[in-house]
Design a binder for this molecule. Structure first.
Ligand code: MIC
Ligand code: SF4
Length: 643
C-alpha cells in the first residue's frame, strides 16, 4: 500500500486502532518536551504515577516562559523542574538556553520520530520531519510514563508548494497565506503535509516557521519531508547521524489538497486580533507603529536575526519607536555574535532581550496604551501583549524591520533589491546549558517551593449536573481569554487556587465571583471554543471553580481533550440554533449521565429550567474518554486502572 509521510510515521508507531480519519488511534511516543509554565503541573502529575524513570527515548524539560522572576515563585519552579529532571532521567534546558521549540529543533529534533509536547507550538519540529504534537501536560505525563498518546486520526492534507518565493516574500508569508485561506479553525482534525517543488527552496528553520504556526490553523500538526536540506541543517548542528531520509511514497493518497504558488505570494500581515485576519501588507501601509518585536518560537532563528541585521546595517530605527530582538536560543545568540549581526542590531537601536518567550506571552515589553506593535510572532489575541487596547500585527521579520525603519507599516519591497542569506555550514554549538541525564538519580531530592500547591482533583462524574450558565461567549474564544497569561498571572501556574482567581479575567471581571457565589456552573461557547494554547490551566482552574459542563458549537482539539482529562463535560449543540436562545443566568440540568456515558448513543437531552424548554447536545467521545469522564478525569481513571 502506498503511504504518505504521516501514515508512514503513524504506522511505525501504532499501538492501537486503525488509520482511518475520525477513528481513535494510539501511538507510541519517542520524545517529550515540556516548558516551565505547563511543566510543573505535568511533573506533579508524573510524580503521582509513581514511575521510577521516564520510559521515553528522550524527554526534555525546558524553562523559557516564566523568566521575569519578580518574586521567588518562578525561581522555585525552575529549581523544582531541575530536580525532577535529575530524578527521573530527563534532560534539563536551563533558563536562558532558549525557547523550547527553537532549541528542540536545533539539538534534538529527529526525522521520523514522534514528539509530544506540553505546548501548542510543539509542531515546530515538523520542520525537521518529526510527527510533533502539542497536548495538555497530563497527556505528556502519561507519555513519559510509557503510555501511548490517543488521538482521533486526523485527515491528511497535502500542501503542494509550487514555484519559488520572490524577493522579500518569506516562509512566514506562506503560513499567513494558509491562515488567510483556511482561518483559525481550518486545520481542526487535520495534519498538513508539505510537498512539491517549492519545498526544496526552504531551509529547516524556515520550515519550522511554517509548522510552528500551523498551530494557529487549529491543526493537529504539520510536517515536511526530510531531504538534503534537513541533512545540511543536521550537519551544521553537528549531528549528521540524526538524519534519516523521509518522503511519501510516489502516488500516495491524501484526504485533501491545498496548492500554493509561491511565485504569486506577496508580503502579508495579520491585523488585530486574530492570526487569520490576514491582508497584503500594502493594504495597511502607512499605519503608525509604536513597537516592533522580532522573536518568538516562530521567527527567532539565526536566519531571521541575520536578515534583520542585514536590513538594518548602517541604519537607525525610527526614533519614535521601540524595537526588541529576541534570539530564540543561546545558540542563535552565540552565532549572531560571531557573525557580527548582533552588533548591527545594537547599533541600529534594537533592545536585545534574553532568549525566552518574553513579549510573546506578555512577559514584559507590553506596548503603550492603544499602541501598534508589529511582531514576527504567531498570536495577536486581544490583551495577550499585556496592554488591553494594543493593536498587534503579525508579519515576517522582513516586514517588521521595514516598519521599524520607517515608523509606519511598510511593505518590505520598498527597501530595494532583495537578498538571500546563506545558511551557515556549521553553527557554534555549546550544550552546556542542557544538563544531561543523571547517572545515579536515586538519591536526588525533589525541591519544592511554597508556590507549588498540590493538584486539585474532583470526584467521579455525578449522575445529574445542574447549574447556572455563568457566561455565554461567541466564536473562537482562546485559552488566553479563559486563563490569561502575562507577567501578573503566569507566575501562578503551579498554584491552581491562586491562578483560578483570574479565569475570564479580561472578558468579565465578575466571572470568578459569580462562580464562587453559585458554587460553580456551566459555560456556553460558540465555534472553535478553546483555540490557542495547550495550557491545561484553562480546564483545571474552571474545574477548581466548580464548572461541570462546557456547551459549545465546536471545540479546539487540545482544549477539548484537556476538559475531558479534568472531568469537565464538553458537549456540542446538536442543533447550533439552540445556542441562540440560551442566556447567561439560565439554569441547565443534565441527568442520566452514567447511562449516557456508558451507552452507544451520542445524544443527550438538556433541560433549560429557566426557559422550560429542552434541547439536545452531542459528544464525540471514544469509549476510553467516556470512562475517563465517568471517573472524573484522567488521573482518577489511571489510578482506578492501576488498582
Ligand atoms: C502560548 O503560546 O500561548 C504558550 C504560552 O506557549 C502556551 C503554553 C502555555 O500556556 O503555557 C501554548 O502555546 O501551548
Ligand atoms: Fe513561547 Fe510564544 Fe512560542 Fe508560546 S508562542 S512557546 S509563548 S514563544
Amino acid at each position: 500500500m502506498k503511504r504518505n509521510l504521516v501514515q508512514k510515521i503513524i504506522a511505525a508507531h501504532l499501538v492501537e486502532g486503525e488509520m482511518v480519519p475520525g477513528k481513535e488511534v494510539a501511538i507510541k511516543i519517542d520524545q517529550t518536551l515540556t516548558q516551565d509554565a505547563t511543566g510543573t503541573m505535568a511533573y506533579l502529575q508524573f510524580e503521582a504515577m509513581e514511575i521510577p524513570k521516564v520510559k521515553t527515548r528522550l524527554s526534555v524539560s525546558y524553562v523559557d516562559h516564566n523568566m521575569l522572576q519578580t518574586g521567588f515563585e518562578n525561581a522555585d519552579d525552575h529549581r523544582y523542574l531541575q530536580s525532577v529532571a535529575a530524578r527521573y532521567g530527563i534532560y534539563f534546558s536551563k533558563p536562558g538556553n532558549g525557547i523550547c521549540h527553537q532549541v528542540h529543533l536545533e539539538r534534538f529534533g529527529a526525522p521520523g520520530a514522534t514528539l509530544l509536547g506540553s505546548d501548542s507550538h510543539t509542531p515546530t519540529s515538523g520542520g525537521i520531519g518529526s510527527l510533533a504534537i502539542g497536548a495538555g501536560g497530563l497527556d505528556v505525563a502519561v507519555a513519559m510514563a510509557g503510555g501511548p498518546f490517543y488521538m482521533t486520526m486526523p485527515k491528511i492534507v497535502r500542501v503542494q508548494l509550487l514555484g519559488k518565493l520572490r524577493p522579500w516574500v518569506t516562509a512566514k508569508d506562506i503560513i499567513l497565506e494558509m491562515l488567510r485561506r483556511l482561518t483559525v479553525k481550518g486545520g481542526v482534525g487535520k495534519i498538513f503535509e508539505y510537498s512539491g517543488p517549492g519545498v526544496k527552496s526552504l531551509t529547516v528553520p524556515e520550515r519550522g516557521t511554517i509548522t510552528n504556526m500551523g498551530a494557529e490553523l487549529g491543526a493537529t500538526t504539520s510536517i515536511f519531508p526530510a531531504d538534503e536540506n534537513t541533512l545540511t541543517y543536521l550537519k551544521a548542528q553537528k549531528r549528521p547521524k540524526g538524519f534519516k531520509p523521509l518522503a511519501p511514497d510516489e502516488g500516495a493518497e491524501y484526504d485533501d489538497e491545498v496548492v500554493i504558488d509561491l511565485n504569486q505570494l506577496e508580503p502579508l500581515i495579520a491585523r488585530p486580533h486574530s492570526p487569520d485576519n490576514v491582508v497584503p501588507v500594502k493594504e495597511v501601509e502607512g499605519t503608525k507603529v509604536d513597537q516592533v518585536c522580532i522573536g518568538s518560537c516562530t521567527n527567532s532563528s539565526f536566519h531571521d536575526l541575520s536578515v534583520a541585521a542585514k536590513i538594518l546595517k548602517g541604519k537607525r530605527i525610527y526614533p519614535g519607536l521601540d524595537m526588541t530582538v529576541t534570539p530564540g536560543s543561546k545558540q542563535v545568540f552565540y552565532n549572531v555574535d560571531k557573525s557580527g549581526a548582533l552588533s548591527l542590531l545594537i547599533a541600529a537601536g534594537a533592545r536585545i532581550l534574553e532568549s525566552a518567550c518574553g513579549p510573546c506571552i506578555g512577559m514584559g515589553q507590553a506596548p503603550p496604551s492603544g499602541g501598534v506593535s508589529v511582531r514576527s510572532f504567531n498570536r495577536n489575541f486581544e490583551g495577550r501583549s499585556g496592554t488591553k487596547d494594543a493593536q498587534v500585527y503579525l508579519s515576517s521579520p522582513e516586514t517588521a524591520v521595514a516598519c521599524a525603519l520607517k515608523g509606519v507599516i511598510t511593505d518590505p519591497r520598498r527597501l530595494g533589491k532583495g537578498f538571500r542569506t546563506p545558511t551557515p555550514k556549521t553553527f557554534v554549538v555549546d550544550d552546556r546549558m542542557i544538563l544531561p541525564r543523571v547517572k545515579k538519580p536515586d538519591g536526588v531530592e525533589i525541591l519544592r517551593g511554597p508556590n507549588i500547591k498540590p493538584l486539585p482533583t474532583r470526584g467521579p462524574m455525578e449522575e445529574t449536573i445542574t447549574g447556572e450558565v455563568l457566561i455565554k461567549l461567541g466564536d473562537n474564544v482562546t485559552t488566553d481569554h479563559i486563563m490569561p497569561a502575562g507577567a501578573k498571572i503566569l507566575p501562578l501556574r503551579s498554584n491552581i487556587p491562586a491562578i483560578s482567581k483570574f479565569v475570564f479575567f479580561r472578558v468579565d471581571e465578575k466571572f470568578v465571583e459569580r462562580a464562587q457565589q453559585k458554587g460553580g456552573g456551566m459555560i456556553i461557547g460558540g465555534d472553535n471554543y478553546g483555540q490557542g494554547s495547550s495550557r491545561e490551566h484553562a480546564a483545571l482552574a474552571p474545574m477548581y471553580l466548580g464548572i461541570k459542563l462546557v456547551l459549545a458549537k465546536s471545540f479546539a482539539r487540545i482544549h477539548w481533550t484537556n476538559l475531558i482529562n479534568f472531568g469537565i463535560l464538553p458537549l456540542t449543540f446538536a442543533d447550533p440554533a439552540d445556542y441562540d436562545w440560551q442566556e447567561q443566568g439560565d439554569k441547565l440540568e443534565v441527568s442520566g449521565l452514567t447511562e449516557f456515558l456508558s451507552d452507544s448513543t451520542d445524544v443527550i437531552e438538556i433541560r433549560n429550567a429557566t426557559k422550560h424548554k429542552n434541547f439536545k447536545a452531542k459528544h464525540g467521545f471514544t469509549g476510553r474518554q467516556k470512562k475517563i469522564l465517568l471517573a472524573g478525569g484522567l488521573l482518577n481513571f489511571t489510578k482506578s486502572q492501576a488498582a
